[in-house]
Design a protein around this ligand. Structure first.
Ligand code: ME8
Length: 517
């Protein structure tokens, strides 16, 4: 079992059959925020991301472009590496399913499922969606202009092939008991209900090999079959921590994973197939699968044909990486769908970051620079207003932990920014600039208290806006080793008398260029 002090978190592995898009950026950013949060809590975190290089989608895109699937993967996987770097993700590993370690892992998983009697050879005939890489039941389909469509709206075609099958039907009751015994396994609640209802409706055995192409991991003992891409892809999560070496330090420490962060469209694969494969192979099950929502453009799904796809690299360059991270995690209730628009991100940047947090920091720190010889002043006796705002800041840590524990980064940020708003009211109400002339000590106390609130806000905001939070902590002269959550509240109080660097603006206002929409 993985240890109490360790935490293993993963994103889905993306198909590198095209350029990375906003959905990929969103998932990476959210996962990164959870990973950073756990590290600041003092956990030993392992954060895995990567690409899913096999499967028919890769084969077909490559064909359309007149290149091999390997060339397509060689071209695009580096773009996904660039994406996670550009989003400032703190992943510990980036896996691709062509790696040798992964082949060894997935081959072993297959053998174990076969040894358990769960794999047999038969013929498969059914409605298959190339886009979803999944077969669908007749009664799940709709029809439009003579074309049958999957529940996702993708075209399906009738396919017949020799195929190995996984005895998924044998896992229906086991899965239902597992969901019941582990009510937190699938999040959010709506996704859990969908999965439970689907499984209650009965499970058919699953076709898990293909003979129509050879791009994939060969089936052990029958190499004219390649493994179904989802058997291959899901296994990345155990490969990433050393499987099949279950005695390795890494595997013992990190498996089972604490959470797989994925999009809502692939919850079924993660919450039904994956636990069934693992049960069959005798490997422990992950603790949680969380399906986030989709990021749309002003309520419309982003798609190349609509020409409304926003490029995450361009956005990060235009608005700033922290700004994009903040916007996505603050604006979209995690688990629900959300929208991108240039107006919405501009408003968030200017209202929350530049005005509320940025101005408060700038105003208080420049007063310290100007009137306190750049040294953090001391507090002399707290009023009830001082005590109230300090208490609000001191209480934030547990609110943020609770929200992050509930996979609600938007609520964590809401709580933090509500204290920022309180601090602004406090600062405006206490009028330190007026006190400078009438009661200098009082001014010093107000500035100290404000700085102390800023310190805790910055510490807690690090998972979402790591670079800006670090700048703010630098300006408050908070030592590097006093920036984790242990330093929250009383234990990390700022030390009066410490010299602060010259304050600089942290969050510039965003001015929309005139020609922008
Ligand atoms: O599904 N908004 O890869 P993928 C938010 N290889 N998230 C989105 C999104 C959007 N508009 N579009 C996609 C795959 N995603 C498989 C996963 S895991 C063992 C194999 C999410 O490149 C999507 O839900 O199509 C998924 O979690 C991730 O991006 C990668 O999608």
């Amino acid at each position: 079992m993985s240890g109490e002090d360790s935490y293993y978190i993963t994103t889905a592995i993306s198909y590198p059959n095209g350029e990375p898009h906003m959905g990929h950026a969103y998932e990476a950013i959210a996962t990164d925020a959870f990973a950073r949060h756990k590290r600041l809590q003092g956990k030993q975190v392992y954060f895995l991301t990567g690409t899913d290089e096999h499967g028919i989608k890769m084969v077909q895109t490559a064909k359309a472009e007149g290149i091999t699937p390997a060339e397509l993967a060689d071209r695009n996987t580096p773009r996904f590496r660039e994406l996670v770097a550009a989003m400032n993700c703190s992943h510990d590993d980036f896996i691709t399913t062509r790696e040798e370690r992964h082949w060894a892992s997935v081959t072993e998983l297959w053998k174990r499922m076969a040894d358990a009697g769960d794999i047999y050879l038969d013929t498969y005939a059914g409605w298959y969606s190339v886009r979803d890489e999944a077969y669908y039941d007749e009664d799940e389909l709709t029809e439009e202009g003579g074309q049958k469509l999957s529940p996702q709206g993708t075209p399906v075609e009738w396919v017949e092939e020799d195929s190995y099958f996984f005895r998924l039907s044998a896992y229906q009751d086991k899965l239902l008991s597992f969901y019941e015994a582990n009510p937190g396994f699938i999040g959010p609640e709506t996704r859990r209900n969908e999965v439970v209802n689907f499984v209650k409706g009965g499970l058919r055995d699953l076709s898990i090999s293909r003979t129509s192409f050879d791009w994939g991991v060969p089936v052990p003992g029958d190499p004219k079959h390649v493994m179904y891409v989802w058997v291959d892809a899901l296994t990345n999560y155990i490969t990433g921590v050393g499987f099949p070496d279950e005695e390795s330090e890494q595997f013992k420490r990190f498996w089972p994973a604490d959470v797989h962060i994925i999009g809502k469209d692939i919850v079924r694969f993660h919450a039904i197939y994956w636990p069934a494969f693992l049960m069959s192979a005798g490997v422990a099950l992950p603790k949680k699968v969380f399906g986030h929502g989709f990021v749309n453009n002003r309520g419309v799904k982003m798609s190349k044909s609509l020409g409304n796809v926003v490029n995450p690299f361009t956005l990060a360059e235009e608005f700033g990486v922290d700004q994009l991270r903040y916007f996505l995690l603050r604006e979209v209730p995690f688990g629900q769908d959300g929208n991108y628009s240039s107006e919405a991100i501009t408003t968030r940047i200017n209202a929350d970051l530049a005005n509320d947090l940025g101005n408060l920091a700038q105003r208080s720190l420049s007063m310290i620079a100007k009137h306190c010889e750049g040294k953090l002043p001391s507090a002399t006796g707290y009023t009830k207003e001082d005590e109230a705002i300090l208490l609000a800041a001191d209480s934030l840590g547990s609110l943020v932990d609770e929200a992050m524990e509930a996979y609600a980064p938007h609520k964590a940020l809401e709580a933090i920014w509500s204290v920022v708003a309180d601090a602004n009211r406090y600062f405006a109400g206490e009028e330190p600039w007026a006190k400078r002339k009438t009661d200098f000590e009082r001014m010093e106390t107000i500035l100290y208290v404000t700085a102390e609130v800023l310190r805790q806000v910055a510490i807690l905001a690090q998972p979402v806006i790591p670079v800006s939070a670090a700048k703010l902590l630098d300006q408050l002269a908070v030592p590097e080793d006093e920036r984790d959550f242990e330093a929250l509240g009383e234990p990390g109080r700022l030390t009066p008398g410490v010299s602060l660097p010259t304050p600089e603006g942290i969050f510039p206002r965003y001015e929309m260029p005139a020609q922008a929409e």
